[in-house]
Design a protein around this ligand. Structure first.
Ligand code: UD1
Length: 420
């Protein structure tokens, strides 16, 4: 689907208009794929988008003996013959979500060897919460030569109190606990919609998990799981990106297979800058006319606060808004690499530690820019859609990790964007 040399060429200036289906959530499907390892029967996952992260997750799963049959938009996962509990080190470095396999593998085989996961370069991204949570459940952990050896033969149910509501640690601990005798309670967990989706998927295989979406999750141990078919939720970050794209270019876009409830913090901000947003069941209709207003402050937070995964796209919007906007990035300590690139396009952004001050300019001008991470890359594409002249976005393999053929979606809505 992608080569590492691919780039986008964008000629800015077109407004976006039309109707588009929102793809399935990357951040739901990745832990769900890890969760398939819990079950020794076939599992069918539907509406699977074509994403680099999913390709890499498939390769990691195949490396431990999982058989995967990919259809047009569904895949059949057969984990009946797990032949290894050592994950491929090189692939783990490409994908942060490889860490989810730790909990699922320990639950299934009681042993696992993993390396430190990779993913977007947006901060330190330690995995201490994952590991201390597992230790509290009796897992013995040894770190040697950049590998992490985990022994779960004495793993037991219990109560884990997370110091911070980490999405990944919550998902990992949920999966690690499904076969433990008794009841495991996870406190101060993340409340993201993808956690609820993971609970629904695991329960559809016979797990007994409740509380996802609140700060406490309860897992009642079961002995066996059964096969299931599951369609994960739509991608709230892709949905949000397309709403912000419409806000920046002007136009009218209808998003189908959407879920406005998962994007209420964004919808409030976009309404405040002058967009008109109407919602009806799974449809969002957004209209943007004229220059958007600035936003006094965007504070990224854990869900239901403003998502860090939409910060870069909002920075692109604020770059051309009327007035001065401020962003405070509270979730990741190094998530502003796109700011320097936006400034190459004529934006006026000043950074101080976790704070960005954005003075809206009348016009951006096209320039060659580099994507450094997935959402930052999407933000640069949005800026390119608005900028005068040609923008080249390099390193779009980052964008391919999370957007299923972003150029096709945007072209369908009227943008002038090509992959070369
Ligand atoms: C998930 C999402 C990612 C999103 C992020 C925050 C997936 C596949 N990825 O990432 O798109 O940006 O949530 O909404 O779902 N932390 C620690 N120790 C840990 C774990 C996390 O200090 O053991 C810190 C991180 O460095 C970060 C913060 O907690 O500063 C949030 O991380 P976390 O919620 O774990 O994000 P991910 O699960 O990695």
């Amino acid at each position: 689907m992608n080569t590492y040399q691919d780039k986008f060429i964008i000629i800015g200036g077109n407004s976006l208009n039309g109707c588009i289906n929102v793809q399935t959530s990357k951040n739901s499907i990745l832990p769900i794929l890890a969760g398939c390892v819990l079950c020794d029967k076939q599992v069918v996952i539907k509406k699977v988008p074509k994403l680099l992260d999913i390709d890499n997750m498939f390769k990691i799963l195949q490396g431990i003996g999982v058989k995967i049959v990919e259809g047009d938009d569904e895949c059949i996962i057969d984990s009946s013959n797990i032949c290894s509990n050592t994950l491929n080190q090189d692939l783990c470095k490409t994908l942060r979500s490889s860490i989810f396999l730790l909990g699922a593998l320990l639950a299934r085989t009681r042993q696992a060897v993993i390396s430190y996961p990779g993913g977007c370069d947006i901060g330190n991204r330690p995995i201490d919460l994952h590991l201390t949570g597992l230790e509290e459940l009796g897992v013995k952990i040894l770190k040697r030569h950049s590998l992490i050896y985990c022994d779960a033969k004495d793993m037991h149910s219990g109560t884990v109190q997370l110091d911070f509501p980490s999405v990944g640690a919550t998902e990992n601990l949920m999966m690690a606990s499904v076969f433990l005798n008794g009841v495991t309670i996870l406190n101060n967990v993340a409340k993201e919609p993808e956690i609820v989706d993971l609970q629904n998927f695991l329960n559809s295989m016979g797990c007994k998990i409740s509380g996802a979406g609140t700060s406490q999750i309860t897992i009642e141990g079961v002995n066996n799981l059964h096969s299931t078919q599951y369609t994960p939720i739509s991608d709230r970050i892709v949905e949000g990106t397309l709403m912000i794209a419409t806000a920046i270019t002007g136009g009218n876009v209808v998003l189908k297979n959407a879920n406005y409830k998962n994007n209420e913090s964004l919808i409030a901000k976009l309404s405040s800058v002058g967009c008109q947003i109407d919602v009806k069941s799974d449809i969002i209709n957004i209209t943007s006319k004229g220059r958007p207003q600035s936003i006094d402050l965007i504070d990224t937070q854990v869900y239901p606060g403003f998502p860090t995964d939409l910060q870069a796209q909002m920075m692109a919007l604020q770059s051309v808004s009327d007035g001065v906007s401020i962003i405070c990035e509270n979730v990741f300590e190094n998530r502003y690499k796109h700011a320097k690139e936006l400034n190459k396009m004529g934006a006026n952004i000043i950074l101080r530690d976790r704070v960005a001050v954005i003075k809206g300019v009348d016009e951006l001008t096209g320039a060659p820019v580099d994507a450094y991470d997935l959402r930052g890359g999407a933000g640069l594409v949005l800026a390119g859609l608005k900028a005068k002249g040609y923008t080249t976005v390099n390193n779009i393999y980052h964008i391919d990790r999370g957007y299923d053929h972003f150029e096709n979606i945007l072209s369908e809505l009227g943008a002038d964007i090509k992959r070369i």
